[in-house]
Ligand binder design. Structure first.
Ligand code: LLP
Length: 394
């Protein structure tokens, strides 16, 4: 188990890079490879289970390459992601394309490249895909994204399976959509798609999803429709509190839930779209301490990274495990760890226990491989963070 995250690099090396390029992402590809292996083991006996990596979590080309080599497919939400996946070597037949607002250009690009399936989120979108497929003299394979109205028990900004969301079709609209699709010449409906939210730790939620899918399949069949494939989306959560003790999610338990609770018909294929659970633990944001500022009631640790490099704390209130890699003493202190961005939300953690820290110390925010680098921005005219890999130092 790769629980020594920094085994291939010394703090001096991290420090040297930081001095040169500022805050950066460090990826431990051994952690990623072990995670991918664990997925392969958990699905080895389940050839009808197909895992697509949700590119939105991290589109770094080196990571995409490794994920592609492990024979996963890709789940994309934009033409740019479809292109990134193709460039990294994913075969078009392994690519699914979701998103509530696919543009004409993106639809055309995906059709021209022969992707496996569009996850369709509205009737107008279905009609536009049909028009483009007709123009290109091809057939578009689609799955309808249905809101199963299952509460994911997660942060409100990353829950998507409830009825009032902008995503997908309500359950009662499924049959009319199927009817319409069957009349469209250049559309072939291959199945149903679901995604109920992200950072899901309560696996009972997935049981509820399976049961809802079973009900919907009965409804479909009563109307004479069937689904070749069921895409259950992604969302499996990770341990942000104990990245060292728990670097790899329990994939076996996760896949077993679908194996045991989905009432599959003969030949039916099951697709998964996992992002965070694949890449979160292999990445850390490395930055350094600029200043310690003594307030009246608290101590601020001002670091040179901000929400421009890692927006999750500011956007979702999430806390990434922070560590001071330079500190040697045994005394600790509580700090509000804050960045340099001119916004009061630029806070990584409040009242956080760290060794007594000094200017120049290296601070790492762990579990930042998912929705970290890929969500970074140049706000305040900052430069985008660079990325480095354990393999650069072996
Ligand atoms: N499939 C669909 C249709 C999705 O919308 C998402 C994520 C996934 C799959 C992958 O979900 P995952 O396995 O990574 O949970 N930026 C937020 C997370 C947003 C998730 C958006 N959709 C965060 O940093 O927590």
């Amino acid at each position: 188990m790769a629980n020594n995250f920094y085994k291939d690099i010394t703090t001096d090396q991290l420090c040297e890079i930081e001095r040169k390029v500022g805050p950066f992402y460090y990826y431990n590809t051994s952690v990623l490879l072990e995670t991918l292996q664990s997925i392969q083991q958990a699905t080895a006996e389940l050839p009808h289970f197909h895992v697509h990596y949700a590119v939105k979590a991290n589109a770094n080309p080196k990571l995409l390459n490794l994920i592609c080599e492990a024979s996963l497919g890709a789940d994309c939400v934009s033409g740019g992601e479809v292109k990134a996946a193709l460039d990294a070597g994913f075969s078009p037949g392994s690519i699914v394309f979701a998103g509530v607002g696919k543009s004409d250009r993106e639809i055309t690009f995906a059709l021209e490249n022969g992707i496996h399936c569009f996850n369709v989120e509205s009737i107008p979108e279905l009609e536009v895909i049909n028009e483009h497929a007709e123009r290109l003299n091809t057939t578009a394979h689609v799955a309808f994204r249905i809101n199963p109205n299952v509460d994911a028990h997660t942060h409100e900004k990353i829950t998507t399976g409830l009825n009032e969301n902008k995503f997908g079709l309500a359950m009662e609209d499924m049959i009319p959509a199927m009817r319409l699709a069957s009349e469209l010449e250049n559309i072939e409906v291959i199945g149903l798609h679901f995604h109920i939210g992200s950072q899901i730790l309560d696996l009972e939620v997935y049981k509820a999803l399976c049961h809802r899918i079973n009900e919907l399949q009965l409804l479909l069949e009563a109307e004479g429709f069937s689904a070749k494939s069921i895409n259950v989306g992604g969302g499996l959560g990770i341990d942000y509190v104990h990245p060292n003790e728990n670097p790899i999610p329990n994939f076996k338990k996760y896949f077993d839930i679908f194996k045991e609770n989905l009432a599959l018909r003969p030949g039916q294929q099951v697709h998964f779209e996992l992002g965070r659970s694949i890449v979160a633990q292999c990445g850390a944001l490395i930055c350094s301490v600029l200043y310690m500022k003594q307030g009246h009631t608290k101590n601020f640790l001002i670091v040179d990274a901000g929400f421009t490099e890692l927006i999750r704390p500011a956007m979702y209130g999430s806390v990434h495990y922070a560590e001071n890699l330079s500190a040697e003493g045994s005394n600790s202190q509580r700090y509000d760890i804050v960045g340099p961005i001119c916004e009061s939300s630029d806070v990584f953690a409040k009242n956080y226990h760290l060794p007594v820290s000094q200017r120049g110390d290296i601070i790492a925010f762990r579990s930042a491989g998912a929705y970290g680098e890929v969500m970074s921005s140049t706000y305040n005219c900052r430069t985008l963070p660079q990325s480095f890999f354990d393999t650069d130092f072996k």
